[in-house]
Design a protein around this ligand. Structure first.
Ligand SMILES: Cc1cc2nc3c(=O)[nH]c(=O)nc-3n(C[C@H](O)[C@H](O)[C@H](O)COP(=O)(O)OP(=O)(O)OC[C@H]3O[C@@H](n4cnc5c(N)ncnc54)[C@H](O)[C@@H]3O)c2cc1C
Length: 390
C-alpha cells in the first residue's frame, strides 16, 4: 500500500480543492456567529450536499458518490480547515451511512441512502444514539430496551449527548434486545427511529462548545418501530456498530487534523506579521519552535489518519489505526490550537481572531466518540498484549 498524503491522485486533489473552496466561502466567522446565536449551519450543509460531498462515501447505486472513507476524510478535513468543523459529517454519512450501507437489506438501502444523499425529494440527516448516562464508555451496559411485541419493536429508555437531533430526520438507535447470560453482556440491536416518533422526547444539553450542532438527552417511552426499521441482525448490534465506529474515529481524526491546520495557518500568518521588538514574533524560537513541533505532530496524525482510511477502504482491520489516528489527531489539534492562542497573545482570546472558539470542538474530540483513555486501553490490550485493565 502506498501512503500518498502528499501525492494524492488528481481526483482526490480535485475533491480536496473543491471542498476547500466551497467551505472557505463560508469560513469560521459564519460558523462561529451561527453557533453564538444558536443557529444551524444549514446553508453550508446544503452546499456541501449539493456538491455530493456529504454522501461521497455512500454507494453509487443509490445515488451516493461511490467512493470511500478516504474521500469522506478529505471532506471532513477540508471543512474543518476552513474553520467549520461539522459534527454531523462524522455522525450522518460516516457512522449511520456506513452501517446502513453495510448491514441494511436491499430495501432498507433503497429507502435510506437516497434520503441521506438527498434524492428522495428532501435531504435527510441521521443522528446516532448509543451513549447512556449510566453506561458511559461501557456500551455493553446499554439499558435502553427494544422488545418485540405483535409486529413492532417497543423502545424504552434514555440516551444522552446525542448530537444534531433537531437537524436530523431520523436517529440510528442502539438498544438492548436480549442478554447473553454466559458473557454477562447485553445483546444490542440497531433501529432507525423517526425524530418525531410518538413517545420520543428530547431535552437540550447546553455545552460550552462553539458549534452549530446541539446535544440532546433523549427519552423513549414505548416508541414503536416496525420490523423494517431494524438494521442488520437483532442481537448483533455491537459488532455492527463497530463497523460504523471506525469511520467515526477516522473522520473524527480528519476533523481534528483540519482544526489543527486551521489553527496553525492562522498562527503562522500572525507570527510572520506581528512585530513587537522590531522583528516578527515568529523570529523568536520561543514562538517558532512550538509551532514547528505542532506541525510535526499534526503531519504524523494526518499520516495515521490516511493509513486508517486506506485500511478501512481496503476491507482490512482498521481498528488499531483508527484508534491511533483519533488519539494522535486529538493531541495534535489541541497542541496546534493552544499554541495558536499563545502566538496571538491577548488576541488569542478574542472573538475577532477566531482561535479560542475552535478549542471546545478539539477538546470534545479528545473525549468523544471514544475517549483518550479507552484508546490507550485498546492499544495496551490489542497492540501490546497487556492484560485488560477493566
Ligand atoms: C458534545 C458531545 C457530543 C456527543 N455526541 C454523541 C452522539 O452524537 N451520539 C452518542 O451516542 N454519543 C455522543 N456523545 C457521547 C460521547 O461519545 C461520550 O461522552 C464518550 O463516549 C464518553 O462517555 P462518558 O461521557 O459517559 O464518559 P465516562 O464513560 O463516564 O468516562 C469518564 C472518564 O473516565 C474515563 N474512563 C472510563 N472508563 C475507563 C477505563 N476503563 N479506563 C480508563 N479510563 C476510563 C474516560 O476516558 C473519561 O475520561 C457526545 C458527547 C459530547 C460531549
Amino acid at each position: 500500500m502506498t501512503l500518498t498524503i502528499d501525492q494524492e491522485d488528481d481526483e482526490k486533489q480535485l475533491l480536496r480543492k473543491s471542498v476547500s473552496d466551497l467551505a472557505n466561502k463560508f469560513g469560521h466567522t459564519y460558523f462561529r456567529e451561527l453557533a453564538l446565536v444558536d443557529g444551524r449551519a444549514h446553508e453550508l450543509w446544503e452546499a456541501l450536499a449539493d456538491g455530493g460531498f456529504t454522501s461521497v462515501n455512500l454507494p453509487a447505486e443509490f445515488g451516493g458518490g461511490g467512493a470511500g472513507i478516504t474521500e469522506l476524510t478529505i471532506v471532513c478535513e477540508e471543512v474543518a480547515a476552513a474553520g467549520c468543523p461539522l459534527l454531523l459529517l462524522i455522525v450522518s454519512p460516516a457512522i449511520c451511512g456506513s452501517i446502513v450501507s453495510e448491514f441494511g437489506t436491499e430495501e432498507q438501502r433503497q429507502v435510506w441512502i437516497p434520503r441521506l444523499v438527498g434524492q428522495a425529494g428532501r435531504r435527510w440527516k441521521m443522528a446516532f444514539a448509543i451513549t447512556e448516562a449510566d453506561a458511559g464508555s461501557n456500551s455493553h451496559r446499554v439499558s435502553t430496551t427494544a422488545v418485540h411485541k405483535d409486529d413492532a419493536w417497543l423502545i424504552n429508555g434514555s440516551k444522552t449527548y446525542i448530537s444534531g437531533v433537531d437537524e436530523a430526520e431520523a436517529i440510528l438507535v442502539v438498544a438492548r434486545t436480549g442478554f447473553d447470560e454466559e458473557r454477562g453482556r447485553g445483546e444490542l440491536s440497531l433501529f432507525v427511529v423517526d425524530v418525531d416518533a410518538p413517545g420520543l422526547s428530547k431535552q437540550l444539553i447546553p455545552t460550552e462548545i462553539v458549534a452549530p450542532e446541539k446535544q440532546y438527552a433523549l427519552f423513549f417511552d414505548n416508541v414503536a418501530v416496525s420490523d423494517d426499521r431494524l438494521i442488520g441482525t437483532a442481537g448483533q448490534g455491537l459488532r455492527q456498530v463497530f463497523t460504523g465506529l471506525n469511520p467515526e474515529r477516522i473522520t473524527g481524526a480528519a476533523m481534528l487534523n483540519g482544526i489543527g491546520r486551521y489553527a496553525l495557518d492562522r498562527a503562522a500568518e500572525y507570527a510572520r506579521g506581528r512585530s513587537v521588538w522590531d522583528v516578527p514574533i515568529g523570529t523568536h524560537q520561543g514562538i517558532a519552535h512550538p509551532l514547528a513541533e505542532a506541525k510535526i505532530y499534526l503531519e504524523l496524525a494526518r499520516l495515521m489518519t490516511t493509513k486508517a482510511a486506506h485500511l478501512y477502504d481496503a476491507g482490512l482491520d482498521a481498528g488499531e489505526a483508527a484508534n491511533m489516528a483519533k488519539f494522535a489527531a486529538a493531541e495534535a489539534a489541541l497542541r496546534c490550537v493552544d499554541q495558536a492562542i499563545q502566538t496571538h497573545g491577548g488576541n488569542g482570546m478574542s472573538r475577532e481572531y477566531g482561535i479560542a472558539s475552535m478549542w471546545g470542538m478539539a477538546r470534545l474530540l479528545r473525549i468523544a466518540p471514544v475517549s483518550r483513555e479507552m484508546i490507550l486501553n485498546y492499544v495496551a490490550q490489542h497492540s501490546l498484549g497487556l492484560p485488560r485493565s477493566y
